[in-house]
Design a protein around this ligand. Structure first.
Ligand SMILES: C[S@@+](CC[C@H](N)C(=O)[O-])C[C@H]1O[C@@H](n2cnc3c(N)ncnc32)[C@H](O)[C@@H]1O
Length: 277
């Protein structure tokens, strides 16, 4: 069943928790050897291209360490729909960076065929029709350009998802379909094929090696599905309490690893509408 689309703007305009989630991935993500080789290889391929556009850049540093960022290189132009996320990047430098722009992935403010690479890391699932964003990425790429999109699997973090589903059902909370359903490892490829001649999906896998259930709960409270379960803070506190009980029954006082995984889509041969007769 098609998940109802959740407009991401209210979430990102009001939240700093994206930096919580990026921090969690930076601290606790442990990937397997094949995924590490994949991340390194894709990073090298993107790094060999210039200039690069980072679409939906969030807080600048990505959840997955794949590809350079606006913080690393001057030939990276990064943009996001959310001014708040962009301000979190320029704020650090003390002044706005000319390489940071507010834009919508479906209407990129660039000339056709102007980039060597485009990256859309963990963001295409927020676009109502990811095909439109893929078409825009293809439009701004040169013929030899590379497009890389990262995302989650529909079965990522099953331990937390199961605890959340059980707790929300117990307490009468709203259960929203996970957002990545709109562009996940399983469904994303077909949404790219109309815009690129070659689309390769490479799986990645790992764990978020949380040291304790409390560390999982900090992460859980930063997620959209937690925030959307109840409108009232007191109800959300009860939900977090119930999830804590369920996770403690499973993990006790020790480490609480969550299984994560997804896909990296590597696309070449941009099909630009302006190339068609
Ligand atoms: C989960 S975050 C990922 C951020 C970053 N790429 C990363 O890997 O950490 C998704 C980002 O996409 C942005 N976003 C959502 N819809 C967008 C759109 N239509 N155009 C541009 N950015 C968008 C959000 O504001 C948010 O910063």
């Amino acid at each position: 069943m098609q998940a109802p689309f959740v407009d991401p703007r209210p979430l990102y305009e009001t939240e700093t928790p994206l930096s919580t989630r990026v921090g969690v991935f930076g601290r606790y993500l442990v990937i397997d050897a094949a995924s590490q080789r994949l991340f390194d290889g894709v990073t090298r391929r993107i790094a060999g291209c210039s200039p690069i556009v980072d679409i939906g850049c969030g807080v600048g540093a990505p959840l997955l360490p794949v590809g350079p960022t606006v913080l690393d290189r001057q030939d990276v132009i990064a943009g996001d729909l959310s001014l708040r996320q962009l301000q979190s990047i320029s704020g650090d430098a003390g002044r706005p960076s000319p390489n940071l722009l507010q834009f919508d992935a479906t209407r990129l403010p660039f000339r056709s065929a102007s980039f060597g690479a485009a990256v859309a890391r963990h963001m295409l699932y927020h676009v109502r029709d990811p095909r439109l964003a893929a078409a825009e990425a293809a439009r701004v790429l040169r013929d030899d350009g590379l497009f890389v999109a990262t995302t989650n699997s529909s079965s990522s973090r099953p331990e937390l998802q199961d605890a959340h589903t059980e707790a929300a059902a117990d307490l009468g909370g709203r259960l929203v379909e996970r957002m990545s359903t709109n562009f996940d490892a399983e469904s994303g490829g077909e949404k790219l094929t109309g815009s690129f001649l070659e689309v390769h999906a490479e799986p990645w896998a790992g764990v978020l090696a949380f040291p304790t259930v409390n560390a999982v709960l900090d992460y859980y409270r930063s997620t959209a599905y937690f925030k959307m379960a109840f409108d009232v803070e007191a109800d959300r506190s009860r939900l977090a309490g119930r999830v804590s009980e369920i996770l403690r029954a499973r993990f006790g006082d020790g480490p609480a690893p969550l299984t994560v995984g997804g896909a990296i889509f590597i696309c070449t041969g941009p099909i630009r509408a302006d190339n068609n007769p």
